[in-house]
Ligand binder design. Structure first.
Ligand SMILES: C[S@@+](CC[C@H](N)C(=O)[O-])C[C@H]1O[C@@H](n2cnc3c(N)ncnc32)[C@H](O)[C@@H]1O
Length: 293
């Protein structure tokens, strides 16, 4: 019997990563940076990590996030399913990199822990794999530190990808990552929170320039090919940390400058997983690239 969730159901909570991956046991102007950076005790403001946590059936969300989640679900009831497709895509990228021999991973915009997490996917293939989780939300960071960083080889950092040099300094100064060796960097559902004015290509370039040949880059990114209704609902996040700047496939592909894209290229994340998965009204593009020798 097929275990595919009904894409038109907003209660596709039976969807799990293991269904899709073989896993063992501004178009608007950017609001001010302060408004769009999560603060430790903000309760009355939308928060991207908590909305996503709600879509993944987690418990780390508040009423305001659930209301936005429900509004999104009313325009695109398949969003919960898509959230699992997207996580599955990220873990597939981790598996590809680990299978290729990569032993160090940086998950930028890691979100709340939700098993299986990156280190579980990587260490299933290579127990000695090291993983660094980075998020700019202090509450997300505290959860990652408490729940994930207990595992051997796992570290959680508080860091804002809009300031890549700060993150690179932490990674290098604490010898968490050896940039002489290949590394896999994942940005799953994160870069569309970076406005054009905040230079997403420059962020990727800063990391790319440190990455050794053979390193992997995986990006999942909201697409402007999503339905106009869904894009309209998303404007309700403007001025908060959940404000998005979705991009075209061509714009997303351009972020892989300096990397060779694996087939099938920058496509809806479903296409990376299985040929029979349904399309979604909110389109999430996924791409995986390798830095040339
Ligand atoms: C939609 S969640 C995705 C979580 C996770 N990558 C996953 O696939 O399940 C986006 C995460 O990115 C984080 N984030 C957004 N902008 C960020 C930034 N500038 N720097 C670091 N983290 C950021 C948010 O706090 C949130 O936890």
């Amino acid at each position: 019997m097929s275990r595919d969730p009904d894409p038109n159901s907003n209660a596709a909570s039976s969807a799990r990563v293991s269904d899709y991956v073989d896993f063992g046991p501004g178009r608007q102007r950017a609001a001010s940076d302060d408004n769009r950076t999560p603060q430790p005790f903000e309760h009355g403001r939308l928060n991207s990590a908590r909305i996503y946590d709600y879509l993944l059936d987690g418990k780390d969300n508040r009423e305001i996030d659930r209301d936005m989640g429900d509004e999104l679900l009313s325009g695109a009831p398949e969003l919960k399913t898509l959230a699992w497709f997207t996580r599955s895509f990220g873990l597939k990228a981790v598996q590809m990199a680990a299978d290729a021999g990569i032993r160090q991973f940086v998950d930028l915009g890691s979100g709340y822990p939700n098993s299986p997490n990156v280190h579980e996917a990587a260490q299933e293939i290579e127990p000695s794999a090291r993983v660094v989780y980075v998020d700019y939300d202090p509450v997300v960071h505290a959860h990652c530190d408490a729940l994930l960083a207990k595992a051997d080889g796992v570290t959680a950092l508080l860091g804002d990808i809009r300031h890549p040099r700060n993150i690179l300094d932490l990674l290098e100064n604490h010898t968490l990552i050896d940039f002489n060796e290949p590394v896999a960097i994942t940005l799953i559902g994160v870069l569309h929170y970076v406005m054009d004015a905040e230079d997403p290509a420059g962020i990727i370039a800063a990391f790319r320039d440190q990455m050794a040949p053979g390193s992997y880059l995986a990006i999942a990114h909201g697409s402007l090919d999503s339905s106009p209704e869904v894009l309209q609902v998303l404007t309700g996040t403007n001025g908060t940390s959940a404000q998005v700047e979705f991009r075209t496939a061509a714009q997303t592909e351009a972020l892989f400058s300096g990397f060779e894209l694996f087939e099938p290229g920058v496509v809806p994340v479903q296409e990376w997983l299985r040929p029979d998965l349904p399309e979604t009204r909110l389109v999430m593009l996924g791409g995986i690239g390798i830095k040339g020798k």
